[in-house]
Design a protein around this ligand. Sequence first.
Ligand SMILES: [Zn+2]
Ligand SMILES: [Zn+2]
Length: 337
Amino acid sequence: MISAQILSPQTANVSDLPRPQLGPHDVLIEVKNAGICGTDLHIWHGSYALAQYPLVPGHEFSGVVAEIGDEVSTTRVGEHVTADPNLPCNHCYFCQKRQFNQCLNLKAVGVTRNGGFARYVVVPESAVFPIGDLSFAAAAMLEPLACVVWGLKQVQIQAGDSMLIFGAGPMGLLMLQAVKTDGAAQVVVIDREEGRLKLARELGATATVKAADFNQAMAQELSPFGFDVVADATGLPKVIQDGFQYLRSGGKFWVFGVAPDKARVEISPYEIFRRDLKIIGSFALNKTFHESIALVKAGAVKLEPLISHQLPLERFAEAMHFAEHDPDRLKVQFHLD
Ligand SMILES: [Zn+2]
Ligand SMILES: [Zn+2]
């Protein structure tokens, strides 16, 4: 089967690998669409500690069930599905506390075992989710949406909240749509690229501002006492540091973008104290696939406008380049015929 395998950082082979073997509780999915995420770029560059090479990456994918193990009872051959790539151990302290994303032995499809940048991928039955009549392209974006949904559960938007989102990449645009379903009234989106801001307006942003033009005076005009929630979907330490000044007293800062692990920002503990500020992190997802499927099926979150490129797997290196450098990129996906 065709597979894009990373042998070691920056060295990949698109080649024919043997079709993977199924255990009794496993499901073989014939991949139709698979998205490239920041994590895949880190794996490509060798800056993701958990990755185990050689590796077929890809943890955002959808497809058709091609074969099921002997003990599998909840899906059948031919069903259209996606999968939760995170495979918690189910017995450590955090799993016992239902903090599955903090599992001490966390494994993940496309990170610690072969993923969806291949004709076929194997996942345990417990990770499989039927997608009904959603398109494969949309379904391959349910995983990033599930990450946003997990964040929403931490942040707890209140009806009527004003919100400021830094970054209108795929994650910022998912966040924009999702917070509106939770009752955020005013949602202002900041980005460098006008094309992304235009899309943000189409998807419900109440105002958009180019990053270079945004400042305190403009923020005050938009929301005089500051924003109830400020979210970072850029992962840029400077954006995160500067973002705190836009919070309303009592507001929440949502750290969602993935900053480099060694990065540090300066914040004033006095300001956090004096202004009742809250800093909320959310990592990956935690059993939030059903919620994410429901939001898309109801039409509350649109995924297809966020896909900018669809390429065949044969163009692996080119697709990785687009995902990292094309100024017009949003989500870059592989599409397998
Ligand atoms: Zn991802
Ligand atoms: Zn665990």
